[in-house]
Design a protein around this ligand. Structure first.
Ligand code: CUA
Length: 378
C-alpha cells in the first residue's frame, strides 16, 4: 500500500466501528412478521415431508413394501439412524440458507427510487468470515465422525460361531446362492435363519460376480453392496422377523437388470433347519415323468443346469436340483407355476427378453413332458 494513502473508511463505518443502519420502520416490521410466518410454514412443510416417508410405512399395509425407512434387520437399522441424523443436519443447513436467500430476495427487492441512493457498502468482517469457515468445518467433522463410526461398526462385525455363511454370485440376470458349509446350491432365493433374543444368527455373505458388476440390495435388511468381477465383497444381515424380503439388483448390468430380483426368506431357527435338510437331499429320482427326463437329458439343458446326482452338471444356469422349492422363476420375473414353467421352457425370451437361455425349439408335447419332469424336482 502506498504510504500516502489514507486507510479506507466505508459508508457505514465510523472510527468506532460499524454503524447500525437505521432501516426499520413500522411497515417493514409488519413485512418481517409476514415473512417470518411464511418461513415457519415452509419449515413445517419440510419437516412434514421428511416424516411422511418415515411414518407412512408404519401406518399403512407394509406387505411387499421395501422402504428404507422401515428396516427390520441390522445393519439397515444403524444405517437408517445415521442417515436420518445426516438428513436432519443437512436439512437444517438447507433451511437456513434457503430462508436467508428468500429473505434477501424479498426484503431487498428493487423499489421505486432505489436508483437515487446507494445501499450501505459492507466490506469484510472477521467475525462473519470466521463463523462461516469454522462452522462448516465443525459440521463436516461431525458428519465424518458419525458416518465412519457406522461404517466401522458394520465392517468390523466378526461372524459368531452360529453364523450362516453363504456365497452370492451375480449372473446376467440371476443370483447363484451357495452355502459351502452346508453343501447347498440354489438360486434367486436366499434362505436365512432369524435371530432372536436368545441367539444371534447373522448370515455373512461373500459377494462375487460371474460377468459384470451387479449390486445386492434388500432395503429392509442392509445397504447396497456391489458384486464385482474378480473380487470378493463381504456383507452381513441379521433379521429378527421371519418373512420374505424383496430386493433387486441395484447396479445396471444389462437388458434385464430390472428383472434381477432377489428374495430373502427369513425362517424361525427350526424351520431353517428343516429347509437345510430338504435342500441337502439329492434330486428326486421319481420316475413319474420318464419321457420328460429323457427329453431333458437328450438336449443341451444339461450343459447349463445342474441336477445333483445326475449327469446334468452345467454351471452356466441356475441349479435345478430343488427347483420346485422356489417361489419364482427367472429371478423373480414369473411365479413358479405350471403355466409359467411351460411358457419359460417353450421360449424364455417371451418372459425375459434377452436372457441367456435360448428357445430350445421343443414341440408342444416335449414342452409338457419336460415341465412334468421339472415338477418332480421338489
Ligand atoms: Cu444385475 Cu443389475
Amino acid at each position: 500500500m502506498n504510504s500516502e494513502q489514507k486507510p479506507r473508511t466505508f459508508a457505514n463505518e465510523t472510527k468506532d466501528g460499524p454503524k447500525a443502519p437505521s432501516l426499520v420502520c413500522p411497515s417493514m416490521r409488519l413485512r418481517h412478521h409476514k415473512m417470518l410466518r411464511a418461513l415457519l410454514l415452509f419449515a413445517f412443510a419440510f419437516v412434514c415431508v421428511i416424516f411422511a416417508g418415515h411414518v407412512e410405512p408404519v401406518l399403512g399395509n407394509t406387505d411387499g413394501v421395501t422402504s428404507i425407512f422401515r428396516p427390520l434387520s441390522q445393519p439397515a437399522q444403524e444405517i437408517k439412524e445415521t442417515s436420518l441424523l445426516v438428513l436432519a443436519i443437512c436439512g437444517s443447513i438447507f433451511m437456513v440458507v434457503a430462508g436467508l436467500i428468500v429473505y434477501a430476495i424479498v426484503r431487498f427487492r428493487h423499489r421505486a427510487g432505489d436508483e437515487l441512493s446507494e445501499p450501505p457498502q459492507v466490506y469484510g468482517s472477521n467475525q462473519i468470515e470466521l463463523a462461516w469457515t469454522v462452522l462448516p468445518i465443525l459440521i463436516v467433522f461431525v458428519l465424518i465422525l458419525v458416518t465412519s463410526r457406522t461404517i466401522a461398526d458394520i465392517q468390523n462385525r466378526k461372524p459368531p460361531p452360529t453364523a450362516v455363511q453363504a456365497t452370492v454370485i451375480g449372473h446376467q440376470w440371476w443370483w447363484e446362492i451357495r452355502y459351502p458349509e452346508l453343501g447347498i446350491v440354489s438360486a434367486n432365493e436366499l434362505h436365512v435363519p432369524a435371530s432372536d433374543g436368545s441367539e444371534s444368527r447373522p448370515t455373512f455373505l461373500k459377494l462375487q460376480s460371474a460377468d459384470v458388476a451387479h449390486s445386492f440390495w434388500v432395503p429392509l435388511l442392509a445397504g447396497k453392496t456391489d458384486l464385482i468381477p474378480n473380487r470378493e465383497n463381504l456383507m452381513w444381515i441379521e433379521p429378527t422377523n421371519p418373512g420374505t424380503y424383496l430386493g433387486n439388483c441395484a447396479e445396471y448390468c444389462g437388458t434385464q437388470h430390472a428383472r434381477m430380483l432377489i428374495r430373502v426368506v427369513v425362517h424361525p431357527p427350526d424351520e431353517f433347519a428343516r429347509w437345510v435338510n430338504e435342500q441337502q437331499r439329492p434330486a428326486a429320482t421319481e420316475t413319474s415323468a420318464p419321457e420328460g427326463r429323457k427329453v431333458f437329458f437328450a438336449n443341451s439343458c444339461v450343459n447349463c443346469h445342474t441336477i445333483r446326482g445326475t449327469s446334468a452338471q452345467g454351471k452356466f444356469g441356475p441349479d435345478l436340483t430343488h427347483l420346485m422349492s422356489r417361489e419364482t422363476l427367472a429371478s423373480g420375473a414369473a411365479l413358479n407355476s405350471a403355466d409359467s414353467l411351460r411358457l419359460w421352457v417353450r421360449d424364455p425370451q417371451k418372459i425375459k427378453v434377452g436372457c441367456l437361455m435360448p428357445n430350445m425349439q421343443l414341440t408342444d408335447e416335449e414342452v409338457d413332458e419336460v415341465v412334468a419332469y421339472l415338477q418332480t424336482l421338489k
